[in-house]
Design a protein around this ligand. Structure first.
Ligand SMILES: [Fe+2]
Length: 238
């Protein structure tokens, strides 16, 4: 009984976020389905501070539904940085849907990369079907000198172990949505996350925070030790 209680401590209770870098969130306000206003963002950053998070990569969606240009995102990011007075180090990147918008941005050398080295590009797909030209787009990123990081593969119904192994052999990295292991999505996503964690497929994790309520709720959700122990070390510099 005692060990059972301990096995369900939350990430917040485990002080998991102390010194943590978040490599995936939608805190840039008014540009996608995440934060709607500076007030939302300010509240989320306050929660990040309380959790002990020290560095955040803002990764707004870029896709046909949100065709944010690099210049628009950089301008909003400048406004956010001018308004924020706290200690968290903020960086701007993006989360690119694999679709014609991304292909065009790659061809125009117009990408907001993630990580200090400027080599990585965070990408996502629909949860249901692999997009047309997925392999070609990932290969175009590779041949253009970038390393794609596929966001939350455990949430994609079409994804298989074989596909992940094939992608890894082509130099593609994978990012776990941290809250998949806290039950934020389907039971299948949680089971897949466990399977892929055991296989060692993930290179890093991110919260994919879209709202303060979501962040506060799942930071306090119980997570079994066996899953927390499988999480990869966050890279110090990406
Ligand atoms: Fe996201």
């Amino acid at each position: 009984m005692f060990s059972f209680l301990h096995s369900k401590k939350s990430l917040q209770q485990r002080e998991f976020f102390h010194g943590y870098t978040d490599y995936h969130c939608h805190l840039l306000y008014g540009v996608d389905d995440g934060s709607e206003s500076w007030g939302d963002t300010e509240a989320m950053l306050k929660t990040y501070e309380e959790l002990g998070i020290t560095k955040v990569w803002l990764t707004p969606h870029v896709m046909e539904d949100y065709p944010n240009t690099t210049a628009q995102l950089q301008q909003r990011f400048g406004e956010l940085c001018a308004a924020y007075r706290g200690p968290i180090v903020l960086h701007l990147a993006a989360e690119y849907m694999i679709c014609p918008v991304l292909t065009e941005r790659i061809r125009n050398n117009d990408l907001l990369t993630i990580g200090e080295k400027g080599m990585h590009v965070l990408v996502e797909t629909s949860y249901f079907d692999a997009p047309l030209h997925m392999d070609q787009t990932l290969d175009l990123l590779r041949s253009s000198g970038y390393i794609p990081i596929m966001a939350h593969p455990e949430r994609s119904e079409y994804m298989t172990t074989k596909m992940m192994e094939d992608m890894r052999s082509r130099g593609i990295k994978f990012q776990l949505d941290l809250f998949s292991i806290c039950g934020a999505y389907s039971p299948t996503s949680r089971m897949r996350a466990e399977k892929y964690l055991k296989a060692g497929y993930y290179d890093l994790v991110g919260t994919d925070t879209h709202s303060n309520r979501f962040l506060q709720f799942f930071a306090k959700a119980g997570v079994p030790n066996k899953l927390v122990n499988l999480l990869p070390e966050q890279p110090e510099r990406l």
